[in-house]
Design a protein around this ligand. Structure first.
Ligand SMILES: Nc1ncnc2c1ncn2[C@@H]1O[C@H](COP(=O)(O)OP(=O)(O)OP(=O)(O)O)[C@@H](O)[C@H]1O
Ligand SMILES: [Mg+2]
Length: 579
């Protein structure tokens, strides 16, 4: 009886152990959405062999109790004294009960059902043989009990069980019949059953009929077991296929780079995949059961004006996160809408890059124009400057004339500086990158800033990783730090009077952060501050940030500015660390 039941012992992937990538709602409160996503697929667990063994155990005890109990009752009816036959049959009933207890306990203790079934069937065969022997061998009315064991084995272990038990039963039946006929061991028997008194012909006939009956039961059990086995195999394959499909579905949802959230019609989240949790910077378990509005505020408002509540790639801003959201109806197999699917991607980085690109494009156009004009102004400016110089030296000039000419000269110097700045910005000299310590450069630049009288009452703090080797053009980076610190100090002078500069290594990047606690920049102006000539200062040129941007971009880096009105401004320059 050593057949294997397919599908039984292997761990069922649907049983719900192991890490589940899909967040489930409490299974006690199923929702319409559960039919499609995150549903609990119920497949009968692999413990049905155990159940069958337990049932057989009870059935055999019942049969033995009824049959033998009835015969004991018949034998003792009429208050006849207990004969040895009664004792024997009572002992057999007791043995059956005892084995019921033993095997029952084994099953309880978690012994594999298959390992309980074998000794159980063996015990049954032994008890039946004993009973058949003491009740007349070939003529015993209890030979049919063998058939019960055969059917049981067929039900438990299909074809192999039926064949094995039929062979065993036939062999045992013949053996005990012969033993009884040869009178090997004398046992007390009811008077009408004396096997050794049978003629050889009679014996052969009776035994033959018994064996034929047992074999017939065996054949039926074989056919029945065959069908059972096929059924079980089909079930196992189907179950496996369903499990594979379910696992595949889970794997796909888990491996998606996009966030995927399903919501019920009332707007509560049913399921969310791993990516969704990661993009939203939340723990996966937190998302399920929450109203969508709590997770993506503003989405409901966007959906409100749309027919069917669909949304094609809308941008949604959540704090400093920008996500691109697509919402579509969630339909079940009958095409009934049972909720919505929210599919989203993290676009923060993309939008930031787009912003940088737009800014760079604008600067390039404006810069070219400015450089052209500056170039054209420079030559006439040189002639004017030279002429005024000559006029100043003319002996005929009055004092008033000299004062006026001094003003012209001063203003020409200013224009010259401006044109120089402009040309520097628009037509920068090529970079000469070398390896140097950015930390040292930052500290040196700040020392000069501290000495600057205009910035004297602003407290400037530094923090720099050391050494902070970078490969860049030091004089250009000095210009960046200087411009940013000047801006911050200008702003801080009107606010808390604190500027903090930090140079750090952050993985693949080197960052310079300049922070001030000045008045900040109103949101409507932030978009323009990198534009050349945009300034709010009386003596400003508006080229500071534009130049910074050009230099940082030339070094393959990025410059970002965050500002909050009333709190201050933070500028972060990110430079690639590698050469
Ligand atoms: N840290 C800051 N806090 C507040 N506003 C700032 C800050 N940095 C820049 N700004 C704003 O951005 C504008 C443009 O700055 P940018 O450095 O390009 O030019 P500028 O400082 O005005 O002139 P320049 O740097 O050429 O002397 C400034 O006029 C100011 O309004
Ligand atoms: Mg400036």
């Amino acid at each position: 009886v050593a057949a294997s039941v397919p599908g039984a012992p292997r761990q069922d992937p649907l049983a719900g152990t192991g890490p589940m990538p899909i967040i489930r709602r409490d299974p006690v409160t199923p929702s319409p959405g559960d039919s499609l996503v995150g549903s609990t697929v119920t497949v009968p667990p692999g413990g049905d062999v155990r159940r069958r063994v337990a049932r057989l155990l009870l059935l055999r005890t019942l049969v033995v109790s009824v049959v033998l109990g009835l015969s004991v009752w018949l034998l003792t009816a009429g208050a006849r004294p207990a004969t040895p036959a009664v004792w024997l049959q009572s002992t057999i009933i007791a043995a059956t009960y005892l084995s019921l207890i033993v095997f029952g306990l084994m099953l309880r203790a978690g012994v594999a059902p298959r390992r309980v079934a074998r000794p159980m069937l063996a015990t049954d065969l032994a008890i039946t043989s004993l009973l058949v022997y003491v009740t007349g061998g070939a003529q015993s009315p209890y030979a049919f009990l063998y058939a019960l064991s055969i059917v049981a084995a067929g039900a438990l272990s299909y074809r192999r069980g039926a064949i094995a038990l039929t062979l065993a039963a036939d062999a045992l039946m013949s053996a005990v019949a012969l033993l009884a006929w040869w009178r090997v061991i004398e046992v007390p028997m009811p008077a009408q059953l004396q096997p050794w008194e049978q003629s050889a012909g009679d014996f052969a006939r009776t035994l033959g009929i018994q064996l034929a009956a047992l074999s017939a039961v065996g054949v039926l059990s074989f056919i029945f077991g065959d069908q059972l086995q096929r059924g079980a195999e089909t079930l196992a394959t189907t179950r496996q296929a369903a499990a594979d499909l379910f696992t595949l579905h889970q794997d796909i949802v888990r491996s998606l780079a996009a966030g995927l959230i399903t919501i019920a019609p009332d707007g509560t989240v049913l399921t969310a995949n791993q990516a969704a949790a990661e993009i939203l910077h939340r723990r996966a378990a937190e998302l399920a059961g929450k109203p969508l509005e709590a997770i993506m505020p503003g989405l409901a408002a966007q959906l409100a004006g749309r027919p069917g509540g669909e949304l094609q790639r809308g941008d949604l801003t959540l704090g400093d996160l920008t996500i691109g959201v697509t919402v579509s109806p969630l339909r079940d197999v009958n095409d009934k809408v049972i909720g919505r699917v929210v599919n989203f991607q993290d676009l923060t980085e993309l939008r930031r890059l787009e912003q940088h690109m737009r800014r760079a494009e604008r600067l390039a156009t404006v810069g070219q124009l400015a450089a052209g004009i500056a170039h054209e102004i420079r030559n006439p400016l040189a002639s004017i400057s030279g002429s005024i110089e000559l006029l100043r030296q003319a002996p005929l000039a009055s004092d008033d004339d000299r004062t006026l000419m001094a003003i012209v000269h001063r203003e020409i110097q200013r224009l010259n500086v401006l044109v120089g700045d402009l040309l520097d910005y628009a037509n920068p000299r090529p970079s000469q990158p070398v390896d140097f310590d950015l930390g040292v450069l930052v500290r040196e630049t700040l020392q000069v800033s501290r000495a600057d009288r205009a910035l004297a009452d602003v407290e400037i703090a530094t923090a720099a990783d050391e050494p902070l080797l970078v490969h860049a053009d030091p004089s250009k980076l000095r210009q960046v730090v200087w411009n940013l610190v000047r801006n911050a100090a200008d702003a801080a002078a009107a606010g808390g009077k604190h500027v903090r500069v930090e140079a750090r290594r952050a993985g693949e990047q080197t960052t310079i952060t300049v922070e001030d606690d000045g008045p900040g920049i109103p949101p409507d102006r932030i978009g323009r501050i990198f534009d050349p000539f945009y300034t709010t200062k009386q003596k400003g040129t508006g080229l500071g940030l534009a130049t910074c941007h050009a230099i940082v971009a030339e070094h393959g880096g990025q410059i970002d500015l965050e500002s909050e009105v009333g709190k201050g401004t933070k500028v972060v320059v990110r430079l690639p660390t590698g050469r």
